[in-house]
Write a protein that binds this ligand. Structure first.
Ligand code: ZN
Length: 309
């Protein structure tokens, strides 16, 4: 990007759907189930983010694979492809209905292979060790190409746990030179992405890729992010902008499978206070992941404009 504009992306789609009374966690397709079951609520969730100021919204395809759809909805192969495409169509309808008069982008969400194992593997990422790059490319291809056929030309490669899976995605992307994407990793501490690869190494590997608009971090505890970004900027200039959409500062408790506020602090305040530092370090795309809903996106929007960031 050649300008200084800060682009606001959306928040956690699952979080917004939950605010609307839908429960993505009761199904293996996660937010993708709403495409079939409650397309009205899904469109509303997108609309809420648009009304809150998001410049970019992401589709409900994060946890969709053709196999997983067929298995869970007992449908045909053809129908499974159509459900993936429907995620883009619903997002498009929301953009049209919002009628904001400004340029809104839709990013096709591509979650990692581990997300479709539905066992939390995407936050560990070890599975990639036993898989070949070609296997990962073939696995990612159907969803990627379905969205592409529907007209999607920007992709969110998100919550990616390893450099290996990122390599597979970038190779797939390179087959379509006019298509853009961002590459966002989930991180487990102040220096490493979920598989244990270093974030600074991941950044170095992909920073010169012309199809990537940004490289960054999502679905991560916000207090880790400043150090993660510094690990890159300490190496020299940040040539590719960062994209950051962290969770709020609640902590995941695996025993009860939910986020808890254990530090007795305002979990959203932690994010707000960190945003100016992230921007200073080179973040140009800001949004939210788990526990960040459309009201929080509005808060971020106001905070950025009130502080002339
Ligand atoms: Zn998240």
């Amino acid at each position: 990007m050649l300008n200084d504009k800060i682009y606001l992306i959306d928040g956690g789609l699952s979080t917004e759907l939950m605010c609307l009374g839908y429960k993505p966690d009761e199904t293996k397709l996660w937010t993708g189930n709403s495409i079939v079951e409650r397309p009205d609520l899904l469109k509303q969730a997108h609309l809420n983010f648009l009304k809150s100021g998001s410049d970019i919204i992401t589709t409900a395809s994060y946890q969709l694979s053709v196999d997983l759809i067929e298995e869970n909805l007992k449908c045909t192969n053809q129908k499974a492809y159509d459900i993936i495409k429907q995620s883009f169509r619903i997002a498009k309808e929301a953009v049209k209905e919002a009628n904001l008069g400004s340029e809104i982008l839709i990013a096709g969400s591509i979650g990692p292979y581990g997300a479709c194992l539905c066992d939390g593997s995407e936050y560990v990422g070890h599975y990639a060790k036993n898989l070949t790059i070609d296997f990962l490319i073939d696995w990612h291809r159907p969803r990627f190409e379905s969205l592409l056929e529907e007209g999607c030309d920007l992709f969110a490669f998100e919550t990616i746990p390893s450099i290996k899976e990122a390599r597979a995605l970038i190779k797939l992307l390179s087959e379509h030179p006019n298509v853009k994407a961002w590459l966002s990793f989930s991180c487990k501490n102040e220096s490493e992405i979920s598989s244990g690869d270093r974030f600074r190494d991941a950044y170095q590997v992909f920073k010169d890729n012309m199809q990537l608009i940004a490289i960054g971090i999502n679905c991560t505890y916000p207090k880790y992010i400043e150090k993660l970004l510094e690990s890159v900027s300490n190496d020299g200039t940040v040539s590719k902008p960062f994209i950051i959409y962290s969770n709020d500062a609640k902590i995941w408790d695996n025993s009860i499978r939910r986020y808890v506020n254990s530090n007795n602090e305002d979990p959203m305040k932690v994010v707000m206070e960190a945003i100016p530092k992230w921007i200073k370090l080179g973040a140009q795309y800001i949004g939210g992941c788990c526990n960040i809903n459309s009201e929080n996106i509005q808060q971020i929007k106001n905070f950025i404009s009130d502080n002339h960031i």
